[in-house]
Each structure stands twice: as C-alpha cells, then as structure tokens.
Write a protein that binds this ligand. Structure first.
Ligand code: GTP
Ligand code: MG
Length: 273
C-alpha cells in the first residue's frame, strides 16, 4: 500500500554559500557588488578597509541560497586581514580593470595568494571563479581586450564576463551564472562542472596564442631564429597553422593569432632569397 502512494516532493534544502571578491585595489570590486545588491553606482573611490561583509538571499531553480559576501580590500597593505578569509569559499569574483594592464597581470598573483593561504591541503578545484573584466564603459582607455581576458579565464576553467559597475552591463548575468555554477558544483559533490569552453581548446593552443601576442617581431612570432631559411620558416608556419587554424581552434584570440602568423610568414618570405 505504502509503495503505491504518490511520493511527496521533498522541499529543496536551502543552501548557505561563501563568496569573496579578489583583485587589485580600485578595479571596482565593491562597486560590482553594490551595483548588484543595491542597484546603484558610486563614482567616488572609497577604498575598502580590510573586509566588507554582507548577506543576501538569491533563488536558484528551486533552492534558496543564502550568500555571505566578503568583499576584500585589494591594497597590499591588507594582506594580513585578507588571509583570514580565504578558507571555506565556494565562489570567487576575480576582478581586473580593462584599462589597467597591471591589474590583469596581477590575477595570477591573486590566485597564488589564495592558494598559499589555503595551504597544501586546500583545493582550488572545488571553487567557482568568475573573472570580471570591469570598466568596459571606459572604451578609450581599454588596453586588455576581450580575447586576452577570456583566454586567461577559460584556459583555467573559469567563467569570464565583461562588466561595467557604472552602467550595470554584464553584472546581473555574471551573478546569475556565478550562483547557478556554485549550486551545480554543490550538487555535483563539490566538483567544478566541466564547462564547454574549458574543454574545447588545449593548453598548447592557449600558450601559443599568448606567445604570439607577446612576440617582438616576425621571427619571434614563428619561433625561428633571425636569418632562418625559407624551409625553416615554412615548416614553423605549417606547424602553427595546423595548431591555430580557425576550423580547428576555438580558443579566444585564435583567429587574430592565425592572421598574425600568416602575415609574419609573408613578410619574412619576401626578404628571404
Ligand atoms: P579596493 O576596495 O581598494 O580594493 O577597491 P575596489 O576594487 O573595491 O574598487 P571600487 O569598487 O571602490 O572602485 C574604484 C573606483 O573605480 C571608484 O572610483 C569607482 O567609482 C570606479 N569604478 C568601479 N567600477 C567602475 C566601472 O565599471 N566603470 C567606471 N568608469 N568606473 C568604475
Ligand atoms: Mg572595495
């Protein structure tokens, strides 16, 4: 008799999560959180002193999520304070300013700081990272383009968003996707679900695009010594073309890298007898 009774739907358990913000001072961490929670923007810079803490509730599918947000100060001076707060985190909002290359270059150091604080048993694999390329409204000063930021984020399996705390662009989308990913992670036994993007290109492709972007001349771009022969140039070109051909490579920036390689080869062959 019991077995035939319709099953009562279990109410979904509420979930409590901890989220932190990370990134250099003045990149807009507090403004991103304020824009989402209070729907407003403050143009005056009020540096976070140590940590700001807030609680908010969000709904993801049929679950109510209680979010504890720890908004960290980015200034190096607050290193000791930040160190207390890295553990037991499910989600990180990792922010840089698209007009400040230093703040983009600093992302690896932020990950290293967190990793060091979590210690040898800390696991960064079970944390969702949302990278925010912030201040996209300041188009004139932009110096880190979308493909460069996206490549960095996606090659680490992180989410990537273009945001402006000033106009609100990308903010809601970022938080929604971020929270859904954290709930997915909790329901997936604490493992970060594999995203399509992170699985779709290799580390070799990502590293090659980055190397091409930073190369100083055409020889360097093709990875041959200055004065190399036509054969050597063609061989190097073919290898890169196979790796980066837009039909085969979907890594952010691969099309530009491919074009740059084609141009570098043409330029070199013109001058080699
Ligand atoms: P710390 O607390 O010192 O680590 O800085 P923070 O990363 O929290 O920066 P905050 O949010 O305080 O913003 C720094 C400055 O950038 C402020 O003057 C903001 O008004 C400005 N700002 C933040 N986001 C944006 C944005 O999307 N566009 C523009 N134009 N300015 C922004
Ligand atoms: Mg702040």
């Amino acid at each position: 008799m019991e077995a035939n009774m319709p099953k009562r739907k279990e109410p979904s358990k509420s979930l409590r999560i901890k989220v932190i913000s990370m990134g250099n001072a003045e990149v807009g961490k507090s403004c991103i959180i304020k824009r989402y929670c209070e729907k407003r923007f403050v143009s005056k810079y009020l540096a976070t002193i140590g940590i700001d803490y807030g609680v908010t509730k969000v709904q993801v599918r049929d679950r109510e999520i209680k979010v504890n947000i720890f908004d960290m100060a980015g200034h190096p001076f607050f290193y000791e304070v930040r160190n207390e707060f890295y553990k037991d985190t499910q989600g990180v909002i990792l922010v840089y300013d698209v007009g400040q290359k230093d703040s983009f270059d600093a992302l690896d150091a932020w990950l290293a700081e967190m990793k060091q604080d979590l210690g040898p048993h800390g696991n960064m694999e079970n944390i969702v990272f949302a990278v925010c390329a912030n201040k996209i409204d300041c188009t004139k000063h932009r110096c880190v383009d979308e493909s460069e930021g996206r490549l960095w984020a996606e090659s680490k399996g992180f989410l990537y968003f273009e945001t402006s705390a000033q106009t609100g662009e990308g903010i809601n989308e970022m938080f929604q996707t971020f929270y859904v990913s954290i709930v997915d992670l909790c329901e997936n036994g604490g493992k970060r679900p594999i995203t399509n993007s992170s699985a779709s290109f290799t580390k070799e492709q990502a590293d090659t695009i980055r190397r091409i972007r930073n190369s100083k001349d055409s020889w360097d771009m093709l990875g041959v010594k200055p004065g190399a022969s036509r054969d050597e140039v063609n061989k190097a070109y073919r290898k890169l073309a196979v790796l980066l051909h837009p039909d085969k490579c979907v890594a952010p920036g691969s099309e530009d890298a491919f074009k740059a390689v084609v141009n570098a080869r043409t330029a070199l062959l013109k001058n080699i007898k």
